[in-house]
Design a protein around this ligand. Structure first.
Ligand SMILES: NC(=O)CC(=O)C(=O)O
Length: 308
């Protein structure tokens, strides 16, 4: 998924938001080169923030993660992070780099790196909720066989990196099923939730769109999901359908299952609408905190939650 979300529209209709389903196969080098080519193509079309899918350098599967994992933190070679950094700098775009298996010590994480327009890494999200499920006869998956979970929420405020006033909360795939994480992002001032993800042919048709729209409405935020394109020959068949919705839960754009790029306008006027929607329907201020309460070590003590 590729998105560009902050130009002020001057009535010229210039697209400022795009998304894309990326094909990801077993050839890691080809996956990385394909992502680089699509970033350049999207940038040429005017994209300024680019979001890639979950696990874009590797097939999605526990047996693949150790083989495709890269060690960035301890100074190891990482062709994937290097490509993302170079592409961000060369194309002068922000990149929410989908995810790839990342190694640190003995552990492997499912990690999303975010880069600014100079190619500097400005944040990293490690998938917090691992996809361990068993739906008999349909799908069994146990990410925790080879992956470890991250242990913190990730927020990127683009305005702190020379970008527009967009504060993004990042999650990866299964993270979208946990409303508390999205509510925490709202509490911490986000107006956009970005989830690189790879739902499958069982959970995709049932829940992909439903969850995105629910999280957007729960938090009165823009919602973005970006999937790999569907590959019927893969062990794990991704649902596809990268999508962007607004804080009302309305779809701004959707791809089908094939590799593609989608451009969607998302301008400053639309971001301002987040504030007015939140004022029109102020359910954030109407929460009954005497009955229930969100609690997190990442919530600043005694600071009132943002109501806009
Ligand atoms: N693959 C995931 O992490 C999550 C998923 O497919 C689902 O929640 O469904």
């Amino acid at each position: 998924m590729i998105c560009d979300c902050w130009q002020v529209r001057n009535g010229d209709g210039a697209p400022n938001y795009t998304e894309d389903c990326l094909a990801c196969g077993t050839n890691k080098k080809a996956n990385i080169e394909n992502a680089a080519a699509k970033i350049a193509a999207a940038s040429k079309q005017g994209a300024e923030i680019i979001v890639l899918p979950e696990c874009f350098n590797s097939p999605y599967g526990t047996k693949y993660f150790p083989e495709y994992a890269e060690n960035v933190i301890e100074g190891g070679q990482s062709e994937t992070a290097l490509m993302l950094s170079t592409a961000a700098r060369d194309n002068k775009v922000f990149i929410v780099g989908g995810s790839f298996p990342e190694k640190e010590g003995e552990k492997i994480y499912n990690s999303c790196y975010i880069f600014n327009r100079d190619g500097d890494m400005v944040a990293r999200h490690r998938k917090v909720h691992l996809f361990d499920i068993d739906i008999p006869g349909k799908i069994t998956f146990k990410e925790s066989d080879t992956l470890s979970p991250g242990d913190c929420p990730t927020i990127v405020d683009l305005s702190e990196h020379g970008g527009p006033p967009v504060r993004m909360g990042i999650g990866i795939c299964y993270d979208i099923r946990f409303p508390e994480l999205a509510l925490l992002y709202r509490h911490l001032g986000c107006s956009m939730l970005v989830y690189p993800g790879a739902f499958n042919m069982v959970t995709g048709p049932a829940h992909w769109e439903l969850l995105l729209r629910a999280r957007a409405v729960d938090t009165q935020s823009f919602g973005i999901v970006c999937s790999p394109a569907r590959d019927e020959s893969a062990d794990y068949i991704a649902w596809g359908h990268s999508m962007i919705v607004d804080p009302w839960g309305e779809k701004l754009g959707e791809l089908q299952e094939k590799e593609d790029i989608l451009m969607v306008d998302l301008d400053l006027t639309q971001l301002a609408k987040v504030v007015s929607r939140r004022q029109n329907m102020p359910y954030w201020l109407q929460r009954r905190q005497d009955i229930y309460k969100l609690s997190s070590p990442f919530m600043p003590e005694k600071k009132p939650s943002p109501d806009k």
